[in-house]
Design a protein around this ligand. Sequence first.
Ligand SMILES: *Cc1c(COP(=O)(O)O)cnc(C)c1O
Length: 403
Amino acid sequence: MRSANPARHVSLPFPRAPRYGPEDQAAVRDLLHAGRLSDTSRGPAIAALEDAFADLTNTVYALSFASGTASLHGALRGVGAHPDAGVVTSPLTWISAILVAFHAGSFPVFADVEPGGVNLNPATIATAGQASAVLVTHTFGIPARMDALTAVTGVPIVEDCSHAHGARYASRPVGSWGAAGCFSLMERKPVSGGEGGVLTTNSRTVYERALTLGHHPHRLAAELTDPALRPLTSTGLGYKTRMPTVAAAIASVQLRRLADRMAASETNFARLLDVLHAHAAPITTPLVAAGSTRGWYGTPLIITEPVPNPAALFAACTAAGVPVRPLYEDWLSSPLLQDPALLHEAFPHVRHTGWRPPDPHALPNYQVARRQTLLLKVPDVPAADYMHQVGDTLATVLTQAIR
Ligand SMILES: *Cc1c(COP(=O)(O)O)cnc(C)c1O
C-alpha cells in the first residue's frame, strides 16, 4: 500500500454533508407554526428528545438543559457535590467540566490521566484525597474505563459524554455507568441542537434534584415526588437552565443520523490507520477496550517518538492540510486557577474549602499527553480517497517533524 510518491499536501477538500437538512427545517417550521418555542412543562418536543436519549443510553431518565455545562451543574447538584470535599477530575477536558465544580458549591481536585491515554487514571483517584464526586470525561470519544473507576471510588461518578454520543464501554452505553451522564448538544458536538445539554440517569433522586436547578415550576409540580424536594415546587431555585424547544427538535432529527455517521467515521479511521501502518508511521491510538465503541470528536493519535516541538508539528500538519484541531489549553496554569484573589472574587465559598491552586507538574502523564497527542478531525461521511491522502501526508510530515 506504500505509495511510491507520498503526498506532501492534502489537496482534496474536507468531506462533509450539510449540517442541517430538510428534516431539521421542517421540525423548526412546525414549532414556529405552532407558536411553541418555549415550553414551561415537558412538552412534546422536549419529551421526544429526552425519550430518545434515554433510549440511546438505556437509562430510565433523561433531562434536557440549555447547555452541556448546565447539565453538568444539574448532575453535580443531583449527586450532592459539596464544599467539604472536592470533585475529582482530569484537566484534559473542556474548561466548563472543571469550573462547574465551583458553580455547584464544591471545587475541582485534579488527578492524572492514564499513561498513553487521555482519560482519568483509576489508579490516581485513590490518592486524589477526599471527594464528594468524580467527574470523568470520555475524552475525545475514547470511553473511560468505567468498571475500574467504579471499583476504586466510593463516591458518585458523573460521566461527561460531550465527546462520546453513542459510544459504549464494554457493551454498555456511556451515560449509563455513572450516577449521571451529561451530553453537550452544542453545534460542533457529535449531536447538535445548536446549543443544549442532556442529563441521563437511572436514579430518581438524581433526576429530581437536577430538575430543581433551573426547570419551571410547572414541570416541578408535575414531576417532583421526593418529600425533601416538594417544598421547592413553587420556586425551584429561581434559576433557568431549560432547553428551548427548537434545540430539542433539531437534536431529535440529528440523533437519528448518529449511527450512520459513526459507522462512516469508523470506516474512515480504519482506512487512515492502514495507510499509517503501511508507512510504519510512529503513531498509536489510545486503547478502546474490548466490546467498546468509540465516539467521534477530535480523534486522538499518540506519537510514539518524543515530539521535540509540539507547536511546530501542529503548524506543519495544518500547513500540509492535515485536518488537526488544537488540544485544550493547559487550564492548570490559567490565571483563574493560579490566582486565589481572582478565584475568591468569583466564587466566595472557595475561601472555606480545601481548594489549593494546582501544580501543573504534579500530573506527569497529562504533561506527556499534551506533547505527544495530535487531534484529528475524522469525516463522518464516506471519504476513502481523502483518508488515504491524509495518511500519506501525515506520515511524511511526521518523519520531518520528529527527525
Ligand atoms: C462542550 C463541552 C462541555 C460544555 O458543553 P456546552 O454545551 O458548551 O455547555 C462540557 N464538557 C465537555 C467535555 C465538552 O466538550
